[in-house]
Design a protein around this ligand. Structure first.
Ligand code: COA
Length: 260
């Protein structure tokens, strides 16, 4: 598929998806959300892709939010549909992907931008990054999962304050809040994220997919994560990766996981 709003590079099992609308600070319009869905789906189905990094083009923004010009005249029904479609196509989709997703937050991550970063499995940020959910300044609330994922990541009180004030926090504050795992200089951000991705790529992709699912189960209503863990732990024993991992350990060599 040819993309107009995103770029994709693949190297050593790591796919980098770059949102590429720099003149609009990479704001997420409908077309970009659809392209991102297609790209995440394709990479998830590509056995050679072990980790996906999502970032923004340019030095200023990761993503400055949903594209305000697209929804300014929406009705109640269209607004509900916008949130539902976006959550299904991109935000829930990324959270539940079996391939690990790292957000490399290289500047402003506002509104839908921060929501996309929060849907990723974890985040690293450049030292110039600024994060916030400014929706209430527009008379709306976060609609791509922000009211749910922000409190999960930073705690209810901090999330309440960030959403009510619509303020931005800088990278050191985001690190302090646990919203991002690491902060590095902007020029080093992508290599730093790739370094973490390379460590992940060496491990069993089957086991990692199970771990993502079970960790996410903690946040699903009516699902007991401990029971999910027991089930997925047991299933691991039936995989080729488990046989290879344990055999390699006992033979004192590095495992070469088949990913099955
Ligand atoms: N939707 C649509 N366009 C956006 C956008 C968004 N969320 N964020 C930025 N842009 C566009 C601007 O309209 C501008 O386009 P133009 O040059 O055609 O006028 C371009 O991106 C550059 O943005 P600009 O505002 O000129 O940059 P800045 O450095 O002065 O300010 C921000 C940067 C991020 C503080 C500012 O762009 C902003 O507040 N954006 C909206 C953030 C937001 O509310 N997001 C939540 C949406 S739900």
């Amino acid at each position: 598929m040819n993309y107009e709003n995103i770029l994709i590079e693949r190297e050593n099992g790591i796919a980098v998806i770059t949102i590429n609308r720099p003149t609009k600070l990479n704001a997420l319009n409908k077309a970009t959300i659809e392209e991102l869905h297609a790209a995440f789906k394709a990479e998830n189905e590509e056995a050679s892709t072990k980790v996906i990094i999502v970032t923004g083009s340019g030095e200023k923004a990761f993503v400055a939010g949903a594209d305000i010009s697209e929804f300014a005249s929406f009705s109640v029904e269209q607004g509900s549909q916008l949130a539902a479609n976006g959550q299904e196509l991109l935000f829930d989709f990324v959270q539940n992907l079996s391939t690990p997703v790292i957000a490399a937050v290289n500047g402003f991550a506002l509104g839908g931008g921060l929501e996309l970063a929060m849907a990723a499995h974890f985040r690293v940020a450049s030292d110039n990054a600024k994060m916030g959910l400014p929706e209430v300044t527009l008379g709306v609330i976060p609609g791509y999962g922000g009211t749910q994922r922000l409190p999960q990541l930073v705690g209810k009180g901090r999330a309440m304050e960030m959403i009510m004030t619509a303020g931005m926090i800088d990278a050191p504050a985001a690190l302090n809040y646990g919203l991002v795992n690491h902060v590095v200089a902007q020029a080093e951000l992508l290599d730093f994220a790739k370094g973490i991705a390379a460590k992940i790529a060496k491990n069993s992709s089957v086991a990692i997919a199970k771990a993502i699912k079970v960790i996410n189960d903690n946040y699903v209503d009516g699902v007991n994560g401990f029971q999910s863990e027991i089930r997925a732990f047991g299933e691991s024993f039936g995989t080729e990766d488990f046989r290879e991992g344990t055999t390699a350990f006992l033979e004192k060599r590095k495992a070469e996981f088949p990913g099955k």
